[in-house]
Design a protein around this ligand. Sequence first.
Ligand code: NAD
Length: 474
Amino acid sequence: MSKKNKNKTYSFFSFLENNFDKAAQFLSIEKGILEQIKACNSVYSIHFPVKIGKKIKVIEAYRVQHSHHKLPCKGGIRYSIKVTQDEIMTLAALMTYKCAIVDVPFGGAKGGIKMDPQTISVENIEKITRRYTSELIKKNFIGPGIDVPAPDYGTGEREMSWIFDTFLSIRPGEVDALACVTGKPVSQGGVRGRKEATGLGVFYGIRELCRIKEDMLSIGLDVGLIGKKVIIQGLGNVGYHAATFFHEAGAIIIALAEREGAIYNKKGLNVSNVILHLKNTGSILNFPGAKNIENTEKALELECDILIPAALENVIHKNNVNRIKAKIIGEAANGPITPEADEILEKMGVIVVPDIYLNAGGVTVSYFEWLKNLSHVRYGRMEKRFSENMNAELLQVIETICKKKILTEEKKIILRGAREIDLVRSGLEDTMISGFHKIRELKKSIGIKNMRTAAFVFAINKIIDSYERLGIFP
Ligand code: NAD
């Protein structure tokens, strides 16, 4: 290795720029415009003191708004000891491209607090979350029309509730306050279906790919999900729900990987039983009938059809990529594959379904939640009963004309009006299916193999279009 190469250090943001630049080659766009799209518009780096026990601890935190081409900005908040400004900038940028792909009218953003929530008491996590929120309010980095956070790695409904409550206590009487954050519990203005949305979106995206004969033939697989061998890394919000939906659809979950190790059973693992075991023992290891794999990263290298990294970034890199045996990799996590590994996977013929499309289910349903909060009415509330009454009248007419009675069980199915969960899931399914085909068609039309590059081309074009409409790029 030359001295120059040895000293070269890569940042996560430069990985993203690399993917962006690859896509830009397919567009004849002025360099300045591309530079504007790439750059993070606002970066807020915060240090604030919190009293933990008898000591004062200085907390490092960030909120990055990558793009203001659409407002509000939108993106999760992660709690992790590995949080850095570079990481949050990258994740914010990914959000911009993600929103463009799934047609969600937001600019990208991301937040992060450098801490390990597993080693901090709930009281102190709450204290830190509330202080972080008030710091965001002070600098106008949060609000229904400004910037709307959501859950991400290490955060969930509980933290979103605290954020909302802090926002409302500082801005009492703000009628749209509920829309200042998404991923809230349903009892606090959340939308049904948000919790599982990212995992379900991952499932819909991979299911769509597996439905295409031409693509399946190219990697020597049969059409459909039934019987496909799946490995999932990370059993958190995204990984757990994705695993559940794959299992329910007839795929075989042969391995699950967590921090402490992985478990393997070639006949398949029952996901809900694994979760029960995890709750009872505090670990997925020693699950009855499964083999323990102590080095959790080794699970990625097992023989399988579909590999779903759903934990952290950069887990597939130049040192392990050659041992990957999966035919499809679905990027449920953000940035799980380094650019070097990505190029090697392309040469190996592996189909990589990229994060900027595949994990966009969360932001899609967050968008539905935001709309619900702004409209102050639950989805389905106005039309459910009306549809049921209309269906009943229609059935009566059919029964009279046909002189036949429809069975009570069949009637129940036909009469049912759409509930909030039905509408949310249908909106998500439609978004993921149409997103997949838009990327696939573009990929074919520009004659490339790489879905990521096609997804970036699609997103960049869309953002340029928005800027043009704003009159910013003539
Ligand atoms: P989470 O905190 O709920 O779950 C992460 C899981 O990964 C945890 O169970 C953790 O123990 C496990 N993990 C940590 N290190 C691991 C390791 N080395 N090996 C195996 N497992 C490990 O987080 P999440 O919300 O599920 O997010 C996971 C990924 O999905 C992140 O990259 C996040 O940015 C991305 N994502 C999340 C959402 C969302 O809606 N939550 C949306 C889009 C993308």
